[in-house]
Design a binder for this molecule. Structure first.
Ligand SMILES: C[S@@+](CC[C@H](N)C(=O)[O-])C[C@H]1O[C@@H](n2cnc3c(N)ncnc32)[C@H](O)[C@@H]1O
Length: 341
């Protein structure tokens, strides 16, 4: 993996402001507002950008360039499982040369680059985070795919593009960051040509989530705080929002519940069945990283606040793994919808 600890430590942009930004994040969106989400929704652009400015290096270090989960089959590599999850979206949207699709919340471009390469379609990445977009654009050039990609630095609640300009749209674990699902789906609806389809992997609570169970509520709050999620929705709320804005909902199902035998999506966070390459995301790997960062921060080698960011991500990882084990949460509620002709 090209990204290493030294990279995290050498980024001058992050050095300047890590402590101030993570403290601001904790002050504004932690504490009493935790689990409530009102402040997170009202201030979602700052909430998301602050978070992704802080965690992007950690994500790339511990996970790679595709910031999402995937079910992993027996004897399948982690990288192949991520790519397969991405190819599934391209396949369902029937993407191919001559088509243009929009990727909402494209991260640092891992899935976008893979989908452009796999399908030959032109893909426009939308992201509100400037640093991530710069990295995505650089990677696409290095991958020789510059001719197939484009970028829009904007909020996916108000995309800077005309009506009906895309043949297809998709989003991978990103519309969960929207302050309101109907808002973002309505924007996707506007952008699609009549007959165009939208596919997404949504974060959802499952039917096993019991809002009267304090442990379930705590896990939800930890995932939201540690993962910059305004409010994790129930599947029926997602389905309703898709239909409300005018889509025909063709399919909605939890892919985690029907995953083939193999490793569950949350297993890289726990450590089972890990290869050496996946060690960094496991409990042990995260402890080693956290301990090293703690020492380096005290020595003044990494920016002040780095350990606090690592703690925030650990909070999220532990909650995700436990919520996955209990089956109360899924990161792959698959929705597939069509804009009527
Ligand atoms: C969990 S990451 C997923 C990234 C990417 N889809 C992937 O799978 O690698 C969520 C992404 O959504 C982006 N995002 C969050 N809120 C957004 C908004 N309001 N407008 C545009 N992008 C947003 C974040 O910057 C981040 O890149």
């Amino acid at each position: 993996m090209k990204t290493n600890l030294a990279k995290i430590l050498s980024d001058r942009n992050s050095r300047a402001s890590v402590a101030a930004r993570v403290e601001d994040y904790e002050r504004r969106y932690g504490g009493e507002s935790r689990g409530g989400g009102d402040e997170r929704k009202a201030d979602y652009r700052n909430f998301e950008n602050t978070y992704y400015d802080l965690v992007t290096d950690f994500f790339e270090y511990g996970w790679g360039q595709s910031f999402h989960f995937a079910p992993r089959a027996v004897a399948e590599s982690f990288a192949a499982s991520l790519a397969r999850h991405e190819h599934y979206i391209a396949h369902r949207l029937d993407l191919g040369p001559g088509m243009t699709a929009v990727d909402l919340g494209c991260g640092v471009g891992g899935p976008l680059i893979e989908i452009a390469r796999f399908s030959g379609a032109r893909i426009v990445g939308v992201n509100n985070n400037a640093m991530q977009l710069e990295r995505a654009a650089r990677r696409a050039e290095v991958a020789g795919l510059g001719h197939l990609v484009d970028w829009l630095k904007c909020d996916f609640m108000r995309v800077d593009a005309p009506d009906a300009c895309f043949d297809a749209a998709y989003s991978i674990e990103a519309t969960c960051c929207a302050p309101d699902r109907a808002g973002v789906y309505g924007e996707v609806f506007r952008l699609l040509k009549p007959g165009g389809c939208f596919a997404a992997y949504e974060y959802c609570l499952t039917d096993r989530f019991d809002s009267d169970d304090p442990e379930h509520r705590r896990l939800k709050a930890d995932m939201e705080h540690g993962g910059a999620l305004p409010d994790i929705a129930r599947p029926h709320a997602v389905d309703d929002a898709v239909r409300t804005v005018g889509f025909e909902l063709l399919e909605a199902r939890d892919l985690a519940a029907e995953a083939p035998p193999g490793l569950r999506w949350y297993q890289p966070l726990v450590g089972a069945g890990l290869s050496f390459a996946r060690l960094r995301s496991s409990i042990g790997g995260r402890r080693v990283t956290h301990g090293s960062l703690w020492l380096l921060e005290r020595l003044g080698i990494v920016p002040r606040g780095t350990t606090q960011v690592s703690r925030l991500l650990n909070l999220c990882a532990v909650a995700l793994a436990e919520a996955g084990r209990l089956g109360i949460f899924t990161p792959m509620y698959f929705i597939y919808a069509r804009k009527p002709d």
